[in-house]
Design a protein around this ligand. Structure first.
Ligand SMILES: [Fe+2]
Length: 168
């Protein structure tokens, strides 16, 4: 199961090179937890992987939030809350590590990766992509209208409304 979960898929891409490469890096780090090592090293390896994962996730979320802010993404606050929930869940997981058996730890990690990263990317980060695409289309529409010299104020208002609220 971990191998399948930790496989990056093109469908996870949100079309932003930097964000996508950071998402790929999260998968790479997580995969480290399932690399083959001697039985005596397994627990230490999983713990170290989770520690690195939390550290990189914090960096990535900051970067993603900065990106959303720059792009004037309208759902930044809600998205930030989701990031915060993931960090809280990761910290809770870390605290439980000492009392967990290695098999339980690996199983739960694989399950958590699904919700922390795969579900978040495919359901929430994908919404950023959808908004960016719409926003680019709107900018094109608006500049297209302006270049047609529809500059009389009487015409501008309905034109702007047409551009910013397109039919879907
Ligand atoms: Fe995100």
């Amino acid at each position: 199961m971990p191998e399948r979960i930790l496989q990056w898929k093109e469908e996870y891409s949100i079309g932003e090179e930097e964000i996508d490469s950071q998402h790929k890096r999260l998968f790479e780090i997580a995969a480290g937890a399932f690399s083959i090592v001697s039985p005596s090293e397994r627990a230490a390896k999983v713990k170290e992987t989770i520690r690195r994962l939390v550290e990189y996730t914090r960096f990535h979320f900051d970067e993603e939030e900065r990106f959303m802010k720059e792009e004037l993404y309208p759902h930044l606050d809600t998205h930030k809350e989701l990031h915060e929930e993931i960090i809280i869940s990761m910290n809770a997981f870390m605290r439980r590590i000492p009392e967990m058996k290695i098999q339980e730890l690996e199983k739960e990690l694989a399950f958590s990766i699904q919700s922390w990263f795969i579900d978040h990317i495919t359901q929430k980060d994908k919404q950023i992509q959808a908004w960016l695409q719409k926003s680019v289309a709107l900018k094109d529409c608006w500049s297209g209208m302006r270049s047609m010299r529809l500059s009389m104020s009487r015409l501008m208002v309905p034109t702007k409304r047409f551009c910013w609220k397109p039919r879907r």
